[in-house]
Design a protein around this ligand. Structure first.
Ligand SMILES: Nc1ncnc2c1ncn2[C@@H]1O[C@H](COP(=O)(O)OP(=O)(O)OP(=O)(O)O)[C@@H](O)[C@H]1O
Length: 594
């Protein structure tokens, strides 16, 4: 996993603020109430001063005024505190929801090339752990920082006004503390981002373990996965401890900062009172100011640490938002040419990593209504051809045309409406069988779903299930057999009714009955469609209008079954290898290496 690009803490936090802007009203209530609460604390100092001065001088009017002010202080505290807490509750949940929506929407638009380079656990970690931290920050931490900065500033102004010598002493300590806590808290953003990454890695291992539990158990890999988990937990602990150590150090500095000014104050303040240069009421007010000051000086470094942690986490979260999304503009499927080939590759070259060439100037043309079978050794690039047609990856050389128009000019989602892709690995959404066949956001008609299921030879199986089409399929369809999943995928493609079919025939061995049902379903599905098939079944290969043999990234042979057998090349060898070992069975032609 790449580390998130580090920005300055302020620029990272300013990205969060953009999400706060729709909730300006409640944010303003939070800020205003925070300032009023800080001002109320200053009012308390005034009340203390007034109370003592009036008591010592016997000023009854002053005493009455002090009592009224105490009542006002309590009333303001109660009412404003309510709005202070309520307002942040109002916007923080909404902001978190908005950020999650934005990030979630962005993830959906990210190109497959980016998704392939990440693990799904990484995405879920960003959506959960990172979001919890950010919610805490916008709910409380940033307002606490403003509160203390404001109160400390006002305190300093008043303290200078009351006695500048005593204030200067406190100031020296403040500067020392700021320097120390800044130095200590600087690496916190980095540690926080590291912790998030460790957490993401842990999610990844947990997801892998759960997803692959059958394989893990059957290969006795439980110990290995557990060890991986333990290692990551260990690394996480190290990072947590580093953060805790820093926070503890910051806490120790805070204790020093709390006590040092007080000691100095009492010595120097007592001297000034004894000299008659300071009133006792003013001295007590000064005590309270000092109290606020040291509280602030203790809290501000902590809040700055939280600020830096939040900045590190937002960097990590927003790194996703900085990724370029797929093309959303371009040609729509209107007035499709009836003459142009459905799919045309013109000297297409492609590499995943910019180093090893997977396709090297591949050219072919698939006419409307025809079937081309792609065969070739494992890893020769057959599935990659599909990925390029569906626009999952950008090719580096040549041109791919759909209905005579370059793919690069198509709106990608529009091009995909023309394509049904049946892959080897059928993904089943958590939901009912009917929903899995319909696969659409819009409503669907049950008779259409049933018609597709009948054509795919899966209707009889579904019909006898206790809940029929409403039966829920578990995560990744564990309750269905391989053949049933394949037929469900075929029903899905029939239901989509797209003119182009990309069919990656499953290589998993099926029993004869299941094989027959799947083959019938494929025959019905491919009728009247333009088909590009990665073929493993002999019947599919032999019935194709043309066969392309991919080898080492280029098309080594091309022709009908009869032509290629006559050529005495790779195809003939593949065919005879297979016919030799599976003379009576279809299947596995492409996998039997050349
Ligand atoms: N996302 C990816 N990133 C990097 N390399 C990849 C990626 N997907 C596939 N490859 C590599 O590209 C090459 C071609 O893979 P591809 O899946 O297209 O082969 P294939 O002919 O379909 O193989 P098979 O018949 O085994 O499914 C392989 O060397 C594979 O390792």
């Amino acid at each position: 996993m790449q580390a998130a690009t580090r920005h300055s803490a302020f620029s990272s936090i300013s990205r969060l603020l953009v999400f706060l802007s729709p909730y300006r009203f409640w944010l303003s209530v939070k800020l205003l109430s925070t300032l009023v609460l800080a001002a109320n604390d200053i009012l308390l100092v005034y009340i203390i001063n007034l109370l003592f001065s009036s008591t010592l001088s016997g000023d009854k009017a002053g005493l009455t005024q002090a009592v009224y002010l105490i009542l006002a202080f309590i009333l303001i505290g109660v009412v404003v505190n309510f709005f202070n807490v309520y307002s942040s509750g109002r916007y923080s949940a909404a902001v978190t929801r908005d950020i999650k929506n934005t990030v979630g929407e962005h993830i959906n638009k990210l190109p497959i090339s980016y998704m392939d380079s990440r693990h799904s656990g990484d995405f879920s970690s960003r959506m959960t752990n990172s979001m919890n931290e950010i919610e805490g920050f916008i709910n409380n931490d940033f307002a606490a920082l403003i509160f203390h900065i404001f109160r400390v500033t006002v305190c300093i102004v008043f303290m200078f006004y009351m006695n500048w010598q005593l204030t200067l002493f406190g100031f020296g300590v403040v500067l020392l503390m700021t320097f120390l806590s800044g130095a200590i808290s600087r690496p916190l953003s980095k540690y926080a981002a590291d912790v998030q990454q460790e957490m993401a890695r842990m999610n990844t291992v947990v997801q892998d373990t759960i997803g692959g539990i059958h394989i893990i158990k059957s290969y006795n890999l439980v110990e290995i996965m557990y060890k991986k988990f333990q290692d990551l937990l260990g690394k996480l602990m190290v990072n947590f401890l580093r953060i805790e150590k820093r926070i503890a150090a910051i806490g120790s500095v805070s204790i020093f900062v709390r006590t040092a000014p007080l000691v100095g104050f009492f010595l120097f303040g007592g001297y000034l009172v004894s000299q008659g240069q300071l009133e006792i009421g003013a001295l007590l007010a000064f005590v309270q100011f000092i109290n606020y000051l040291v509280q602030g000086m203790g809290e501000i470094p902590n809040q700055i640490s939280r600020f830096k942690i939040a900045a590190g986490i937002s960097d990590y979260l927003f790194e996703l938002l900085d990724q370029k999304t797929e093309r959303t503009e371009g040609k729509q499927p209107q007035n499709l040419s009836t003459e142009a080939p459905t799919i045309e590759f013109q000297d297409v070259s492609f590499s995943y990593d910019g180093k090893s060439q997977i396709l090297d100037e591949v050219s072919f043309s698939l006419e409307q209504g025809k079937t081309i079978a792609l065969v070739g050794p494992s890893g020769s690039g057959k599935s990659t051809v599909f990925k390029l047609i569906t626009g999952f990856y950008d090719y580096q050389g040549g041109c791919i045309n759909l209905y005579g128009e370059p793919l690069t000019e198509w709106k990608l989602s529009a091009a995909r409406t023309l394509i049904s892709h049946v892959s080897q690995d059928t993904f089943l959404f958590p939901g009912s069988i009917a929903e899995n066949i319909a696969c659409t956001e819009d409503g669907y008609k049950m008779e259409d779903v049933e018609r597709a299921a009948k054509m795919a030879n899966i209707h009889e199986f579904i019909r006898v299930l206790p809940e029929g089409y409403q039966t829920l399929v578990g995560e990744r369809g564990v309750k269905l057999s391989g053949g049933q999943k394949q037929r469900l995928a075929i029903a899905r493609a029939i239901m989509k009714d797209a003119p182009i079919l990309l069919l990656d025939e499953a290589t998993s061995a099926l029993d004869t009955e299941s094989e027959k049902l799947v083959q019938e379903a494929i025959n019905r599905m491919t009728r009247n469609r333009t088909v590009l098939v990665v073929a493993h079944r002999l019947s599919t290969v032999m019935n194709a209008d043309r066969i392309l043999v991919l080898n080492n990234g280029y098309i080594a042979e091309s022709g009908t079954h009869a032509e290629l057998i006559a050529q005495n090349g790779i195809y003939r060898r593949l065919y005879h290898n297979q016919a030799g070992s599976h003379a009576e069975q279809p299947g596995q032609i492409a996998q039997e290496g050349a």
